[in-house]
Design a protein around this ligand. Structure first.
Ligand code: SF4
Length: 267
């Protein structure tokens, strides 16, 4: 892992996901195979290392945020859009925790999305926000799929335990079911949504896999190696006009209605 300590000029950036977004790191040690942030990150940095093997740590982020929160209008902050604020390096640097302390002082509404159960470290802070939600991406309940596509993230069972603990402390929780990996994520949808219903999840977002420029090159290697029998089906689903995601949408909407899960389709 190549770790660089860098300084940033701004942190609280305008976003279409919320009023602001904060990315404490550049790059992400979770190394997800379908990551949308990779191409964007490479466009704006000089990194040539494989995705997941470099991280720039914004070491002055708390200092910059301290100034920004005093002059910017209060608004909802999304953490994070281009990295995971609870990737493994956070346990060493604690940048995210310092950021939360500042946002809490000014009671900025907060939305965190992560693939790491280490968000529980900050439960003491999260439970003090007047408006706070924590979401976990779960592309499949099948641990073997998780290990292939999200190799350095927390096991799914740990994410589910984390949801339970957050709920116990009164923190709103959600699951992001996406990107739906063709013919993998849709295995056992009944079981997937029953697990969320049992957890009394507050809401679920669902999204398809969108092939951003260059993404198929990365994904194809993974699918060819791990699921060679699915390569042509993936090519059909992602590369031609077909109704795969519409059929999955119908099944999910039906399941959520039956199990009384609040669900928002993002596609
Ligand atoms: S956790 Fe998010 S930002 Fe990090 S590699 Fe995975 S998809 Fe990309």
């Amino acid at each position: 892992m190549f770790v660089n300590e860098v300084t940033c000029k701004s942190l609280l950036n305008r976003s279409r996901l919320a009023d602001y977004c904060i990315n404490p790191y550049v790059g992400c040690g979770h190394a997800c195979r379908y990551c949308y942030a990779e191409s964007y990150t490479r466009r704006f940095t000089k990194h040539k290392e494989p995705w997941g093997q470099f991280v720039d740590v914004k070491v002055n982020a708390p200092e910059i945020l301290e100034k920004e929160v005093q002059r910017r209008k209060r608004g909802k902050v999304f953490i994070s859009s281009l990295t995971d604020a609870y990737q493994p390096l956070e346990s060493k640097y604690g940048i995210t925790r310092k950021i939360l302390k500042i946002l809490l002082d000014f009671q900025f509404p907060l939305s965190i999305q992560t693939k790491s159960s280490s968000v529980l470290r900050d439960l003491d802070l999260l439970s003090k926000f007047e408006d706070c939600e924590v979401g976990f991406t779960i592309t499949s309940m099948d641990e073997s799929i998780r290990k292939i596509f999200e190799p350095h993230s927390s096991p799914t069972s740990e994410r589910l335990d984390a949801i339970e603990k957050l709920k116990e402390k009164g923190v709103t929780t959600y699951v992001f079911f996406g990107p739906i990996l063709p013919l993998l994520s849709d295995r056992n949808l009944e079981e997937y949504f029953q697990t969320l219903a049992d957890l009394k999840i507050d809401f679920v977002y669902v999204d398809r896999l969108n092939l951003k420029p260059g993404l198929w090159n990365t994904l194809e290697k993974t699918v060819r190696t791990k699921y060679p029998q699915l390569v042509s089906e993936w090519q059909t689903v992602l590369g031609s006009k077909n109704d795969y995601y519409e059929r999955v949408r119908t099944v999910i909407q039906d399941l959520c209605a039956r199990k009384k899960i609040q669900c928002e389709m993002c596609y």
